[in-house]
Design a protein around this ligand. Structure first.
Ligand SMILES: Cc1cc2nc3c(=O)[nH]c(=O)nc-3n(C[C@H](O)[C@H](O)[C@H](O)COP(=O)(O)O)c2cc1C
Length: 174
């Protein structure tokens, strides 16, 4: 993996919709000694309260939710396509049932500005500190078809994190 450079949030460039929906990320919360990670494909990067922020959504059944609730920070990591199978593993197995990271080729690595770790193989690491959370309110779904995403009524908890630092390859810097 080529060396990552620190990227000013105002210069951060990404094909956000394609990246989220087609290429996915890993969401990691906790500390280097006590963390969990899972694959995510729904979320956003943007600006709120005059600050750069990232938003992720996590269903109540995810083991990672416990870590998001307990700890203040999380990372969102993007990987080259070579790691897609690893992301599939981390998105279909639960850390509740064992050390799923050992089943992948990924290596956790300390972050620069926060406690939550990133990964050595990442090409993009967005370091976030929680600033807000909210549970989705089904009564507020304005398109009735959205409810079809929740046959078990396991509505997501939404977390917003202020972006404290971004590290990435040159393609993420404009
Ligand atoms: C491509 C992909 C995208 C996913 N996106 C999300 C997401 O945005 N939010 C979510 O709650 N679960 C999402 N999941 C499901 C979790 O990654 C999955 O349930 C995982 O096993 C949870 O791991 P954990 O129990 O160790 O937290 C996704 C899974 C895949 C394969």
């Amino acid at each position: 993996m080529s060396k990552l450079m620190e990227i000013d949030a105002l210069c951060f460039q990404i094909q956000a919709v394609r990246r989220w929906i087609n290429q996915w990320f890993l969401l990691t919360a906790g500390t280097l000694d006590d963390f969990n990670t899972m694959t995510i494909a729904w979320g956003s990067f943007g600006g709120m309260w005059g600050k750069p922020f990232a938003q992720v959504v996590v269903r109540p059944s995810r083991h990672t939710l416990k870590f998001l609730e307990k700890y203040d920070t999380f990372t969102i990591c993007g990987f080259p396509q070579d790691y897609r199978q690893d992301l599939m593993t981390l998105g279909t197995k639960s850390g509740r049932d064992g050390n799923k990271i050992k089943e992948t080729s990924l290596t956790p690595a300390p972050s620069h500005s926060i406690e939550a770790p990133g990964f050595k193989q990442a090409e993009l690491i967005v370091e976030c500190r929680k600033i807000y959370w909210q549970d989705m309110e089904p009564a507020n779904f304005l398109n009735p078809r959205t409810k079809e995403q929740y046959p078990q009524k396991d509505y997501h908890r939404i977390f917003w994190g202020e972006i404290e630092a971004i590290f990435g390859t040159a393609e993420y810097c404009s």
